[in-house]
Each structure stands twice: as structure tokens, then as C-alpha cells.
Design a protein around this ligand. Sequence first.
Ligand code: SF4
Ligand code: F3S
Ligand code: FES
Length: 253
Amino acid sequence: MTQAQLTPSTPATAAAMMTLKVKVLRFDPEKDKKAHWVTYEVEAQAADRVLDVINHVKWYMDPSLTFRRSCGHGICGSDAMLINGRNRLACKTLLRDVVKKSGDTITVEPIRGLKVEKDLLVDMEPFFDSYKAIMPYFINESPEPAAERIQSPELAERMAHSSNCILCACCTTSCPIFWVNGSYLGPASIVQAHRFIFDSRDEATQQRLNIMNQNTGVWRCRTAYNCTEACPRDIPITQLIEEVKRAVMYQQS
Ligand code: SF4
Ligand code: F3S
Ligand code: FES
């Protein structure tokens, strides 16, 4: 175990400092046959984020630790990981929400259901292949109006939740159906499909509903709700999936 201090101690911060054990599931394909836990001891404050802690481990304790992160502010969706057994964004997770007291341990693992490339870094290609499969772009072949394509606030509201998605994969990689069958398009792709299916200006609704009706689409969902609980944007994913299921049924009747 290695030890280091994340936030420099001053008289003002000393009382709030705590010692954490950070257990990271590590895997180096060039050296390891299987993943193993490595524990780092870090001094931090309750208001620090898990991303601060693992950045600190990488920058000052073990530069070989590998993970994705970019914006650091819950926008880019790149630092989804399993923290204390639950999918979260490391940059949006405060230590005080995952540990109670000094001496506690937090566990950090790669998200599940995607191939681990190294440590916390997973291959996101299958996730983005599913995203591409739902045609995640606006389709409207009619002549462009002189101004913008108008949409009422009421119609815009129908896609308010789904347009908040940042494609972090917290939902899809917490879904037990996806773990068992990776061909399931998964909740993130269905949320993206919802965004266009319920866009009154888009003209490819029927095509997307057909994709949703395939055996890789919405009918694989068994309303496990893991996805909704995992979403860092508080998108009511299971509800949106149900709305897409209803839209598929109505277009067939
Ligand atoms: Fe992430 Fe939520 Fe989008 Fe799923 S729906 S990819 S959990 S932001
Ligand atoms: Fe999976 Fe979410 Fe459905 S966890 S089973 S997609 S409600
Ligand atoms: Fe961009 Fe966390 S680093 S969402």
C-alpha cells in the first residue's frame, strides 16, 4: 500500500482531512492474466471528488493507472466507473457521499459488460456501435424553411429528458440484460432513439420504431430499473423506454 496526501493540510483544513483506502481493480493486458486489487492510502477531504483522488494516485503515486476523464464537470461523460459497486461519474461523486469516516475504503472498478483494455479503461466501441444503429441525427428531407423549423414548447418538452443524455454508458453497463446479451442495444441507445422519435420535426420516426421493434430493441428490457438508478443526469430512463414501447405498439395497431 502506498500513501499520499491529496489536499495540502493547513490549520483550516486539517480538521476536515481524512485518510482513505482507495482499492482499484487493476489489469494490464501486457502483464496480468486477470484483474487484481491494488490499494492506495490517500489523505483527502470529504468535499473532494473521487476523480480528484484517482487523479492524485495517477499524478503522484502510480502514473501507470489508466482511466478516461476529460471535462471534470459532468459534461463529457467519459469517466463512468463502478464506485463502491455502483455506476457513477468519478467527477460528480463526492467522497462524503461514498465514505462515512476516516479509515474507510472506497472501491473503484471498470464499468461492466465492455472489454477492459487496461485498469478502468474499457472498449467503448460496442456501446457507440449501438448508438450509431439508431441513427442519432436529425432527418428531415422537406425543403428548409426561411427561418428555423418551429417547435412548440409543449412538443419540445417531450424530448426534454432524452436530450440531456451525455452518453456516459452508466445506464447500459448497469443493465443485467446487456451483461448477458451484448447485442441488446441498451438503455442509452433507446434514450437516444426516444430523443428523435419524439421530435415533432424529425421524419424518420417509422424507421427508428422499426429498429426499436427488432429483437435487439426495446422488448429486451425487463424493467430492471438499474439504468434509471445509475443515470448521473437523472433521466427517467425506464419511463422513456416504456414510452418507446408504447410508440412501437401503437404504430403497429
Ligand atoms: Fe449516461 Fe443517463 Fe445517457 Fe445513460 S441516459 S448514457 S446514464 S446520461
Ligand atoms: Fe435494463 Fe433498464 Fe430495462 S436496467 S432491463 S434497460 S429498465
Ligand atoms: Fe467529463 Fe466526468 S470528466 S463527465
